[in-house]
Structure formats: C-alpha cells, structure tokens
Design a binder for this molecule. Structure first.
Ligand code: NAD
Ligand code: AKB
Length: 326
C-alpha cells in the first residue's frame, strides 16, 4: 500500500490533518515532514527525526522543503502517492522575511509539483484569502475577481495557484487547492498569521480573562473551524476528478465575524472577559482581505457545506481549552 506525505506536519493544520489521515490509513502510511521533530512525546515516541532514510511505525522526516533531493528520496523510500504540501511561512511572519517567504513558499511548491509530474503523485496545496487585495470586492468576494495581494505571502499564494493550474493543464498533475480563510483550532497554536488573534482571544479569555487584540474591533474576516477545514480538505481530495472545475484554488468559507463579535461570543460563556483593541502593522494586512467570501462553486462541485458557525465553534473551543489552558 502506498503512503501519504504531509509537509509542514507540525503546524496548526498539519498536526490535526495527520491525526485524521492516520485514523483512516494507519500510522505507518502517513509520513510527516517538517524542519524539526515534533516538540512533544505525544507522537507515540516514534519520532525518528534524523534523516530521510529511516522507517518507523509513524515515520517523521526532518527536512527543508527547499531541499529537492531529500523530498525525492522521501517520496521513493516511502512509496508516496499523495502529498499534502502545507509547509509555508504565513502572512505576518512573511512580511518580516520576504525573501525567505518567496523561497520556501514558491521553490518548495515547485519541487513538489516537479516530483508530482515525475512520480504521478496527487497533491493538495493550500492557498489563502491572502490572494485578494485592497481593490478586490470585499463582500461576497467572487471566485474569479481582482487578485492584487499586498503581502509577500499573498504574492506567493497567487503565484502558487497559477503554478498549480499550469502543472495541471500542461502536465496533467492532479493538484487540488483551497483558499482557506483564517482557521481556528485548539490543538496547535497558529504560526504567525494575521488571523491569529481569533485563536489567541480564546486562550487569553481562559488564561487571564482579558485580551489586547491587534486589529480594530470592526475588523471583519472570513473564518473557519478546524474540523470543517480538515473535512473540506479530505472531501476535495476524494471528489471525482471530473467534478473539479477549479484548478487554481477554490474559494471556501464557513463564517464571518468582526473581532468585537468574537469577543461578544466568548463573553456569552465568560461574562467577565474584557477585550481591548490596539491595532498594529497586521491591521493593514487584514484591511486588504475580504470580509465575506462567495464559495458557491465549491458547494456545487463537491458539495462543500460547513458544520460550524461562530456560536457552535465558540462552545466547542472553550469546552476543549478549559481543561488545558492555565
Ligand atoms: P503553520 O505555520 O502552523 O505550520 C507550517 C509548518 O511548516 C511549520 O510546522 C513549519 O515548521 C513548517 N515549515 C516552514 N518552513 C519549512 C521548510 N522550509 N521546510 C519544511 N517545513 C517548513 O501553518 P498552518 O497554519 O498549519 O498552514 C499550513 C498551510 O495552510 C500553509 O500553506 C498556509 O499558508 C495555509 N493556510 C493556513 C491558514 C490558517 O489560518 N492556518 C489559512 C490559509 C492558508
Ligand atoms: C494568515 O493570517 O496568514 C493565515 C491565512 C488567512 O492565510 N491565517
């Protein structure tokens, strides 16, 4: 049986996607790759982490996705047929190191697409609402619209979308993609994006009862709870290829709320929670992104439909975090 490779496996999405893939395919058929071994021992004590050449019950490869040779070696050694290529720098961190962001996000993806062409791999690669920019329509942002990203992260996401579409059209690579909105989860902290405030607010509400939010109260962005994001990812990958009409990246959304509405939703459970707002440089990034997304094509092509709205997500987040956050 072939195996699945998840790059960026330690990240906010990767850590949860890996768990779901393991449940479906077995630990030994899900190979994780990241810059460092996972920090905890909660990975069955089976972390290898030395190089790409060791096989364990739950294989882990320490590698940089810019290292094409190690990617190729990993794909051959573990008989990989599908790659979830998540390794990336995100929007806020990306602005601090734009050269590295281009290098990791674009050259890493190019290696994966080249290997997909040569080894007949199926690829999932996430794009982002960061492909949109200040002159994109902000409400019900259409699938096909003005795409003028204002961050290096957004530039790499739009360039990556075009690269995916090109490899599909020119070489027949089965690469599929979603423009995720901000993702909210309790298992692993986010990795330096603009939408991180939405996760931070839950943690601080429980930890200290107050939060200073780095965007304005009226900042409204599209968001999604992680269980919906994982399900969307796997549903897209399981969809009949004939139904996939978008080969750059699908618009997808679940909910949309302002930072103040998020604080209010938390306050419904924690009445003493206080939130103030001190926008920093991430405000400018948030202001260039849509408030709401039109995802009708995803709904039509592969029956996308979210399960969680703001209230359901808030109840679930707080229930999970209550015991762990001090
Ligand atoms: P994250 O920052 O939590 O995790 C990214 C992982 O990639 C980290 O574990 C990091 O160590 C690893 N990584 C970074 N550079 C690497 C390199 N050179 N080689 C190997 N590994 C490297 O990110 P995430 O939130 O899990 O995002 C995963 C993907 O989903 C990214 O492509 C991101 O752009 C996309 N996305 C995420 C969100 C979100 O809200 N989380 C929204 C839209 C799109
Ligand atoms: C970020 O804020 O950078 C990510 C994203 C929406 O791509 N969460």
């Amino acid at each position: 049986m072939s195996s699945i490779l998840v790059t960026g496996a330690n990240g906010q999405i990767g850590s949860e996607l890996v768990q779901t893939l393991r449940d479906r395919h077995g630990d030994e058929h899900v190979v994780r790759l990241d810059l460092r071994p996972p920090s905890s021992t909660s990975v069955n004590g089976s972390v290898n982490g030395q190089n790409a050449t060791s096989r364990t019950a739950a294989p882990f490869v320490v590698a940089d996705v810019r290292d094409r040779d190690t990617l190729a070696e990993t794909i051959e050694r573990y008989d990989i047929d599908t790659v979830y290529h998540l390794a990336s720098l995100l929007s806020a961190n990306g602005e601090k190191v734009p050269d590295r962001t281009w290098d990791v996000n674009i050259n890493g993806l190019k290696h994966v697409l080249d290997l997909a062409r040569d080894h007949d791999l199926r690829i999932f690669w996430p794009s982002s609402i960061a492909v949109f920019g200040p002159s994109t329509p902000r409400n019900d942002t259409p699938q096909n619209t003005i795409l003028n990203p204002s961050t290096m992260y957004g530039v790499t996401k739009r360039s990556g979308e075009l690269l995916c579409q090109y490899y599909h059209q020119r070489f027949g690579v089965d690469v599929r993609s979603l423009r995720y909105p901000g993702l909210i989860s309790y298992a692993t902290l986010p990795g330096g994006g603009t939408t991180d405030y939405a996760v931070d607010m839950y943690y601080e509400a429980l930890r200290s009862g107050s939060y200073t939010c780095f965007v304005r109260a009226d900042t409204r962005l599209p968001m999604m709870y992680m269980p919906d994001a994982i399900r969307a990812t796997l549903d897209l990958m399981n969809a009949d290829a004939d139904n996939i009409t978008i080969r750059d990246s699908y618009n997808i959304t679940a909910m949309s709320f302002s930072a103040e509405e998020l604080a209010d939703a938390i306050r419904a459970h924690l009445p003493d929670f206080t939130c103030d707002f001190e926008p920093d440089e991430r405000q400018q990034i948030a202001d260039a992104w849509p408030a709401t997304i039109d995802d009708r094509i995803a709904r039509r092509d592969w029956n996308w439909k979210p399960d969680f709205n703001l209230d359901a997500m808030t109840a679930d987040m707080l229930a999970h975090l209550r015991d762990t956050v001090q």
